[in-house]
Design a protein around this ligand. Structure first.
Ligand SMILES: Nc1ncnc2c1ncn2[C@@H]1O[C@H](COP(=O)(O)OP(=O)(O)O)[C@@H](O)[C@H]1O
Ligand SMILES: [Mg+2]
Length: 301
């Protein structure tokens, strides 16, 4: 924030840059025209975070994600990536960041007329000078990272919904992004596939060091894999919680709207959940694990 002060150099050196948060957001306001969806949004995403943007339907999660992806300008405030300007910033600033990001949209959208390998080849052909042979190799590698070895020549219609999501993730990984944006990745997935997708996200973060920014209101995923969350309150039209979900649900200072969300209204009010291992929460996660066990691993074929 105090970037122009006399004691702070305008352009941080490489060392300072490497320590800068992956994303830093200050005083952000997003909306459409003169309509304000969210104001005073401020948070940092750190390297290796699995950061969830969460909140009720229609509160502006996807809109905020579009701002972070550079597709939509905020009404106010600033966004920086790796300490460098983004909003406000030039098209060039944003392009430089976008080259380092990948995205899996809500619909998952693979091209249905192309095989999985061909889908992954598209960004590689567009942005790299790789030979067709190396493109094929990369596609095979990315599919294997997503647990889809051997499915190179399948069409999207020939595989399950969970596998399609993972293929979309493989395509988002094509250019080895530092940051992956996911919008409602487990929407429409059965509990087994949702769990497999969660596991894959953690594996990719651990193995590749990818930072994840995920829009989702799936509590089971939030408790299972989120390092930190921001809770957007649709009514107050601002953020009403930031931090580790497991700590927030234990903290009597957590705002009521965030607590209601984190307990799905079961505890009613902030302060009533004093046991982080409360049956409501662990039960919910456990049910999904049990379902996963009883249904078997059909989606990981
Ligand atoms: N292009 C648009 N123009 C005007 N309003 C929009 C546009 N896109 C979304 N909205 C509205 O903004 C609100 C937030 O949308 P969105 O960010 O998609 O919410 P969420 O992802 O949290 O469900 C919704 O009420 C939606 O109708
Ligand atoms: Mg949305």
């Amino acid at each position: 924030m105090p970037e122009a002060s006399a004691s702070t150099p305008r352009q941080p050196g490489p060392e300072a840059r490497s320590q800068a948060p992956v994303i830093s957001i200050e005083g952000l306001q997003v909306g459409y025209g003169s309509y304000v969806l969210m104001r005073d949004v401020a948070f940092n995403v750190r390297r290796g975070d699995i950061f969830f943007i969460t909140g009720g339907s229609g509160c502006g999660k996807s809109t905020l994600l579009r701002v972070l992806m550079g597709f939509k300008e905020p009404q106010k405030g600033s966004v920086r990536f790796f300490g460098q300007p983004f909003w406000p910033g030039t098209d060039q600033d944003r392009l430089a960041v976008r080259r380092r990001t990948g995205v899996l949209f809500q619909q998952g959208a693979l091209w249905s007329s192309m095989t999985l390998a061909e889908n992954i080849a598209v960004p590689l052909r567009q942005y790299t000078g790789l030979s067709e042979r190396d493109i094929r190799r990369q596609a095979t590698l990315k599919l294997s990272l997503a647990g889809l070895s051997g499915f190179e020549d399948y069409y999207p219609s020939e595989i399950s919904g969970g596998m399609r999501k993972r293929a979309g993730l493989a395509r988002a990984l094509a250019l080895d992004p530092d940051i992956l944006f996911l919008d409602e990745p487990s929407a429409g997935l059965d509990p087994v596939s949702a769990k497999l997708l969660d596991d894959l996200i953690v594996e990719l973060r651990n193995g590749l060091g990818t930072t994840f920014v995920i829009v989702s209101h799936e509590l089971a995923s939030i408790y299972a894999i989120a390092t930190r969350i921001v809770f957007l309150d649709a009514q107050a039209r601002t953020m009403a919680g930031l931090g580790s979900p497991k700590e927030m649900v234990r903290d009597p200072a957590t705002k009521e709207s965030a607590m209601m969300f984190l307990t799905r209204g079961q505890a009613g009010q902030a302060g009533m959940v004093d046991d982080p291992q409360s049956p409501e929460i662990t039960g919910m996660v456990r049910i999904r694990q049990d379902q996963a066990a009883s249904l078997g691993d059909k989606d990981s074929l």
